[in-house]
Design a protein around this ligand. Structure first.
Ligand SMILES: [Zn+2]
Length: 84
């Protein structure tokens, strides 16, 4: 475990486990989301959210409901013909 100083409130932030560049840490004092910007000496910087390029447009397809689902076929008439 290592200790670094929060760049927001200057309180000590515990960094659990192995210290690696870009490791995400959260300040227990102010809740700031930080990441390790330098390992030796340990420096913290604001954690930048990585753009998630996996998002898609599925949410926009729900408004295309078809209203033609109840088209009646004429199969019943053809079926009657077989009984004549
Ligand atoms: Zn803080």
């Amino acid at each position: 475990m290592a200790i670094a100083n929060c760049i927001e409130c200057d309180e000590e932030v515990e960094i659990m486990g192995r210290i690696t560049l870009g490791k995400k840490v959260t300040c227990q004092s102010c809740g700031a989301e930080l990441e390790v910007a330098n390992v030796n000496p340990i420096e913290l910087d604001w954690a930048e959210e990585e753009y998630d390029e996996g998002w898609d447009d599925d949410d926009f397809s729900d408004e295309e409901d078809e209203e033609d689902e109840n088209i009646e076929t004429e199969e019943e008439d053809e079926f009657d013909d077989e009984w004549k």
